[in-house]
Design a protein around this ligand. Structure first.
Ligand code: MSK
Length: 630
């Protein structure tokens, strides 16, 4: 096993505690203290039975008051809240995808953004019936981007990307009336259905939750992923490092945080320029280190090998190191706490999007047209801030692990082909992977996704579940903050193969992969949908028959609920470690954990006991194998 050792959650916590000590010296706040102030949480909110959709309330359901003022019961209230939660997530992911489409529309050979993967662009154009012959690649980019943008408000028909699903899945979606139409329509329709005096029937509201989720996973998120690849390149395996130790005390540290790679790509480009490096040296630093937090980090790690400083609940830690010259954010999952926290140090908190504007930040609005000059201005701002560091406050935990990341669908197919084929063909298929599953060398796969949530000891669920799954020969594909948890622990180091069962270990050796494959950011769960769709087509099995499950053990955001809905609606059983505020209605609970199986051949399992959660996933995978007779 050599010198390889996982980093434990206890070690993560010791590092955080040391940083909180620095925070105390400067009067800094932290999420750990705010959680203490906010708990116990309101039981009505927690169980989903508080309704504040109109101004007659808020109404809260109790045994003595079983209906709100309008007469809506607990089931209607819980289901309406659930649908609104989903719509929030679907809108957020999809608007990210829309912004990427806009960036693609703004590409030019001499512009800020260019087409880096023309083959993928041509592939999508052909898939969408766009003539490609003899066309200039930028004209094609604009045409496809325009079509992508039109998917948000298309007047008739369903999402274009649905045709990528196996026919059986498409038939289920049509049969159940959940094939998503225009993306914006599904979000609007969800808000309309939940308005006072519209739907209060749980079944109708849950059905729309699945449709809104599908408009995200097979619509907006898929556009976000595919067009990001066209713009910045389709990820391939690349080595990087993870955890706070990637920051460098001798260098200017710039941390990028959020989700949209359009900003971070440009920051990386300028920070790497000889001009900026020379300027940093002039200002007394040895160089410039860019690192990332949350999904922006996943984006630049996968394409550039930029190190990952941490995941969601570690965002305050990067400032607490006292060595962060600037934390530059785009959209989503950014704590408003960063503004006041940055003021306790010399750190510049730079917001860049009109979608995510926060007090106590420097707002430098980022658009495709000014991306180059503004990225340069931000990098300069950070460099000039180096001199304001307070050396007595600087402490970077000496903690990082090696990780190999960048397993896009294309990269997985190509890499796993090497397990059974010495001659890898140009495109590859998923058949070698299916053979591994059929023979039992790999028992199945878990898509591990989602955030951190203070309700769960941060990262514990991710790491403990992954350890047990790989020991049982179950391969993991991971995205979002779950992926970063794995990377911080060391589970994306190829040496982690020694923690696997004999079968998975052999596959890792032959294919030269870690047992946990980094598939990207939150929107990249669409890559996982493409993977299962191709596995189903190549194997002749239905998606719901594959020994594959989804899991979000520490999820917290509305986006995660939207994701859960499209993963279930695609036919993949999904396991949650945090309750989505539905325990106040046995009807809604039963629908989501059993009833939807009749519609889409999959359902949720909600289990807050992590040991039970992992055992139930393994049991489910083995049940599916038995049913297939493999
Ligand atoms: S960043 S949505 S905390 S995964 Fe995508 Fe992490 Fe969850 Fe945000």
């Amino acid at each position: 096993m050599g010198d390889f050792k996982l980093t434990s959650v206890e070690e993560f916590e010791a590092a955080t505690n040391r940083l909180l000590e620095t925070g105390k010296k400067v009067g800094a706040d932290g999420w750990q203290y705010r959680v203490a102030n906010q708990t116990p949480h309101c039981k009505f909110g927690e169980t989903g039975i508080c309704c504040r959709i109109c101004s007659m309330g808020p109404c809260r359901i109790t045994p003595k008051a079983p209906r709100g003022i309008c007469g809506c019961d607990a089931h209607g209230i819980v289901a309406r809240n659930y649908l609104r939660f989903t719509a929030g997530g679907a809108a957020t992911h999809s608007d990210h995808g829309r912004s990427i489409c806009h960036t693609l529309y703004c590409t030019a050979p001499d512009g800020n953004y260019k087409v880096k993967d023309p083959e993928k662009l041509i592939r999508i154009a052909k898939e969408w019936g766009v003539e490609t012959e003899g066309k200039d690649i930028y004209d094609l980019a604009h045409e496809v981007a325009y079509l992508g943008l039109s998917e948000y408000g298309k007047v008739f028909g369903n999402q274009n990307f649905l045709k990528r699903a196996p026919e059986h899945t498409q038939e289920l979606w049509q049969r159940e009336g959940i094939a998503p139409r225009a993306i914006d329509r599904e979000v609007s329709c969800s808000m309309h259905m939940t308005h006072m005096g519209c739907s209060s029937k749980a079944e109708a509201l849950i059905r729309q939750s699945l449709r809104a989720g599908l408009s995200d996973g097979w619509g907006g998120s898929m556009a976000g992923t595919e067009f990001s690849d066209v713009l910045f390149g389709t990820p391939k395996p690349i080595d990087t490092e993870a955890n706070l130790g990637v920051m460098n005390a001798d260098n200017v540290n710039i941390v990028v945080h959020g989700h949209d790679p359009a900003l971070s790509e440009m920051i990386c480009e300028y920070a790497d320029s000889p001009e900026m490096i020379a300027y940093a040296k002039e200002m007394g630093a040895k160089g410039i280190t860019i690192s990332g937090v949350c999904c922006t980090s996943n984006e630049v790690a996968m394409r550039r090998g930029i190190p990952m400083a941490g995941n969601f609940l570690q965002q305050e830690n990067v400032i607490l190191t006292g060595a962060c010259e600037a934390i530059v954010v785009d959209v989503q999952c950014i704590f408003p706490a960063l503004g006041p926290l940055a003021k306790c140090f010399h750190t510049k908190f730079v917001t860049t999007s009109e979608i995510a504007q926060m007090p106590e930040s420097d707002y430098i609005r980022f658009e495709p047209e000014n991306a180059g000059e503004n990225a340069k201005a931000i990098v300069k701002l950070a460099i000039e801030n180096f001199k304001n560091r307070k050396p007595e406050l600087v402490h970077i935990p000496d903690m990082k692990q090696k990780a190999t990341v960048g397993y896009s669908f294309e990269a997985i197919v190509k890499t796993l082909d090497t397990v059974t084929n010495s001659q890898v063909d140009e495109t590859g298929t998923t058949k070698p992977l299916i053979d591994c599953v059929k023979s039992g060398v790999i028992r199945g796969a878990v898509a591990m996704v989602g955030c951190n949530n203070p309700k769960i000891r941060p990262d514990t669920a991710h790491i403990e579940l992954m350890k047990k799954l790989i020991a049982n020969d179950i391969i993991i594909v991971a995205s979002g903050c779950a992926a970063q948890a794995a990377a911080k622990a060391g589970l994306m180091d190829k040496a982690a193969k020694d923690l696997c069962g004999a079968g998975l270990k052999r596959v890792c050796e032959l294919a030269d992969i870690p047992p946990v494959l980094h598939m990207g950011s939150c929107v990249d769960i669409s890559r996982m949908m493409i993977l299962v769709a191709e596995l189903a087509k190549d194997s002749g099995w239905k998606i719901s028959e594959l020994p594959v499950v989804g899991c979000a053990p520490e999820w917290m955001s509305e986006k995660a609920v939207s994701i859960g809905n499209y993963v279930v609606a695609t036919g993949i059983d999904t396991f949650l470690g945090v309750d989505p505020y539905i325990s106040g209605s046995d009807q809604v609970y039963k629908l989501l954990t059993e009833g939807v199986r009749e519609w889409v051949e999959a359902a949720y399992t909600i289990e807050t006991d992590i040991d039970k959660l992992v055992d139930r996933m393994i049991d489910r995978i083995e049940e599916k194998r038995d049913a297939l007779g493999i």
